[in-house]
Design a protein around this ligand. Structure first.
Ligand SMILES: *Cc1c(COP(=O)(O)O)cnc(C)c1O
Ligand SMILES: [Zn+2]
Length: 435
């Protein structure tokens, strides 16, 4: 290590983590249950399983609806249920959250759903995807742990969000992406400054590289939001569960349809619902809630495992237009399978044509323009209704996690002006446009 610059030692990081922890009690291995303090670590020393934040049940139980409702109009209203951000001054954030819950009556009618159908539209976040939630929580935790540079491996949206958060906070960032990402995600990352490293390889190659970099001395000061501070990152996804429940008047919806890349978002929405019910903040629907997962056909290792009735998620080499979901070796695949099986749900996948149709269907019936991940989710919603897996008489929330303008090429060749006429009244009349 160079002399002259101060680097937080891991002991200092551990102390900072404990001080800022709020209701979080420690990290626990999802594989073997081994417990760790709140440090920057994502894998278990015993079994290499992924670590997850665990909470002090008494601290969670003290949280009231009034506490939350009195909070800011963003994810930090749920700070009493999160592992970071209890002190507003310590937050690194663009203040994402409280995105619209859109009543999708037109979509419901078109799909034959005879119960309330909602689109949780997370394209409304500051960098236009749900990743702002996880990044705000991860980077706030990272600062508390003493890190001075922010990094990630990204399928696109995470890159946008990390670069923007770092710019807001005035902290250097280094973002790693596969070189073939959509221009709409490269440009919207690069514009914030910071280092942006395009790697010749897939996301899984990029992620593996980051796993090596994080172990080097040169990166000792660097928080990789989805590697060494991943347990904190993952918790940010819970806010997509809390928010939907609060927006429904503190009710858990009967069914949710969630896009899957690593599978983490799906597991955390389910975890959020469980917490809310356990601490008495929200009521569960009769018969409990049911969780459905959506992947693209070009990258469907988790859905394939479910369909095969196995716990073995076999990695794939991703293809197809839903690049934000293209994780071929999904870290939380096993836990997504568990949540879907436990709640009586299902998973399905949609090919590129179905994804494009899903984007257009959602836009036409709700006024929400989704990126390809949203197209996947809507296309899978349609399949779940058609196959009878999803109950069309139960209230359903479908998650749109990103903005259509970032993947505009997906539909660019399919839509355009419906008419082209001269600039005269007569031409407009002749085209039959006067009604
Ligand atoms: C990252 C991402 C997801 C899913 O994330 P996981 O938690 O890894 O499953 C879904 N939608 C969009 C648009 C994303 O960028
Ligand atoms: Zn373990």
């Amino acid at each position: 290590m160079e002399s002259g610059s101060h680097h937080a030692t891991s002991d200092e990081r551990a102390d900072a983590g404990r001080v800022a922890a709020g209701p979080a009690r420690g990290l626990v291995c999802r594989g073997c249950g081994a417990e760790y303090p709140l440090v920057a670590q994502h894998a278990c020393f015993e079994c290499f399983g992924p670590l997850e934040v665990s909470y002090d049940p008494a601290a969670l139980a003290r949280v009231t609806r009034a506490d939350i409702e009195a909070g800011p109009h963003n994810i930090w209203r749920y700070a009493p249920l999160l592992p970071a951000g209890q002190d507003p001054a310590g937050r690194i954030t663009l203040d994402p959250g409280l995105t619209p819950l859109v009543a999708a009556t037109g979509l419901a009618a078109e799909l034959g759903i005879h119960a309330p159908l909602w689109v949780k539209d997370d394209s409304a976040n500051p960098t236009h995807s749900f990743k702002d939630r996880v990044v705000s929580v991860a980077l706030t935790a990272a600062r508390g742990l003493g890190f001075t540079r922010f990094a990630c491996a990204s399928t696109g949206n995470l890159a946008n969000s990390v670069a923007a958060h770092a710019a807001r906070a005035g902290v250097p960032s280094i973002v790693f992406i596969p070189a073939d990402l959509e221009p709409g995600k490269v440009i919207t990352t690069a514009v914030y400054g910071g280092d942006l490293v395009a790697i010749d390889g897939s996301y899984d190659d990029v992620n593996r590289l980051c796993g090596e970099l994080v172990e080097t001395d040169e990166f000792e000061d660097t928080a990789f939001v989805n590697v060494n501070v991943r347990p904190y990152y993952a918790e940010g996804s819970k806010t997509l569960g809390y928010e939907v429940a609060e927006q429904l008047g503190w009710r858990i919806p009967a069914q949710v349809v969630v896009p899957m890349a690593s599978g983490e978002l799906l597991t955390k929405i389910d975890k959020a619902f469980s917490e809310l019910v356990e601490i008495g903040l929200a009521t569960a629907p009769d018969g409990g809630w049911t969780v459905f997962g959506a992947q693209s056909t070009g990258c469907n290792p988790i859905a394939t495992a479910l369909h095969a009735g196995t716990d073995t998620v076999t990695p794939v080499r991703p293809t197809g237009i839903a690049k934000s979901l293209n994780i071929g070796d999904p870290a939380a695949g096993l836990y997504a399978l568990e949540a879907v099986r436990r709640t009586g749900g299902w998973m399905d996948h949609a090919d590129d044509d179905e994804i494009r149709a899903g984007i257009r269907l959602l836009a036409r019936t709700t006024g929400v323009f989704a990126e390809t991940a949203g197209g996947v989710t809507v296309a899978v919603l349609r399949k779940l209704v058609e196959s009878g897996r999803l109950d069309p008489t139960r209230e359903t929330v479908v998650y749109n996690t990103g903005e259509g303008l970032k993947t505009i090429d997906a539909v660019a060749g399919q839509v355009g002006p419906s008419h082209r006429v001269k600039a005269s009244l007569r031409a407009v009349r002749d085209a039959g446009l006067l009604g």
